[in-house]
Design a protein around this ligand. Structure first.
Ligand code: PSU
Length: 298
């Protein structure tokens, strides 16, 4: 494991640190917006008074925090592995380069002693999972690993009710931030009530402390709605989602390729609007994660 100097210093001093994933860079956004976004998100976290730690595997080494050169190289690299829980040890053992998903980033964060992690949207139960059994490892990781993940809800490409059911089964608190509805990534509302709601970073930090004090394993999912000015309402985005889902089925896109394929197609179908919203929501999540990390340290 290798720490970026600013991350090592912050952890040593007990200052707030926010973990960031790298699959969003390699498989979630096109170049150059992926690298620009990764940089902006890191800056947002610093501006809020915390230290960002982007996690990735570079040539078999698990990095906790990347230099700008490493980040830029990763954002342009081809053939990077998409690394979830199952792949992380394999990727490291092979000396390969891999971008960590929510699940693998949670593992890296916990190993490094980082308790808060910001991303765009978590993986979840895919539509048609009753046939395909396609359920993201992100959900099970949230039940295992003590990291609070700030996301804009499950991606709207997923089956949201089933995703909530699996999270409940695994004992994961799903906490909508500042509203009753569970947000749906590009849209603020999903039409479904979230199981829990909280309105401040302090309250979220207290719940984390309590979970740890009681020895209840697993993390928390904070579902933070995209800012109003940046959202794509559900009735606007969903027809594009349906088109992309149909194409994925026709092309027999499977397993790890499903999410990157859908995000790329929705980007094309919305003429870039989905990416603009995605960037805004990640930055919004990073700012909230920084507040939670600060409240945890206070
Ligand atoms: N958030 C985004 N874009 C992404 C992801 C999150 O805004 O691409 C990534 C995360 O790494 C998450 C993954 O773990 O999508 C989900 O992939 P899958 O559905 O294959 O589990």
């Amino acid at each position: 494991m290798m720490y970026a100097p600013e991350v090592a210093e912050a952890l040593e001093a007990g200052r707030p640190v926010v973990a960031l994933e790298s699959t969003i860079i390699t498989h979630g956004m096109p170049y150059p917006q992926n690298v620009e976004t990764a940089r902006m998100v890191e800056e947002d976290i610093r501006a809020a008074g915390a230290t960002p730690a982007t996690i990735a595997v570079l040539d078999g080494v698990l990095h906790i925090g990347l230099t700008d050169t490493q980040l830029t190289a990763l954002g342009q690299a081809t053939g990077v592995m998409k690394v979830s829980r199952a792949d992380l040890p394999v990727c490291i053992a092979r000396g390969a380069t891999g971008a960590t998903t929510v699940a693998a980033t949670m593992i890296g964060a916990e190993l490094a002693g980082i308790k808060v992690f910001a991303t765009g949207g978590i993986g979840g139960v895919h539509r048609g999972a009753e046939q395909t059994f396609d359920i993201s490892a992100d959900l099970l990781e949230l039940g295992e690993t003590a990291v609070t993940v700030v996301a804009a809800g499950p991606k709207a490409i997923l089956d949201i009710p089933k995703t909530l059911e699996v999270l409940e089964t695994h004992g994961v608190p799903v906490i909508a931030y500042g509203q009753d509805d569970i947000p749906a990534f590009w849209s603020r509302a999903s039409g479904l009530q979230a199981p829990l709601r909280m309105d401040s970073a302090e309250e979220i930090a207290r719940a984390m402390h309590m979970r740890a004090a009681m020895g209840v394993k697993g993390g928390q999912l904070i579902a933070n709605p995209i800012p109003e000015a940046d959202e794509i309402p559900r009735e606007v985005i969903m027809p594009f989602v349906e088109t992309a889902l149909k194409e994925a089925e026709e092309k027999s896109i499977h397993a790890k390729e499903v999410t990157p394929f859908l995000l790329q197609r929705i980007f094309e179908l919305t003429e870039g609007a989905s990416l603009t919203a995605n960037i805004a929501l990640v930055r919004n999540n990073a700012r909230l994660a920084a507040e939670i990390a600060k409240a945890l340290c206070a």
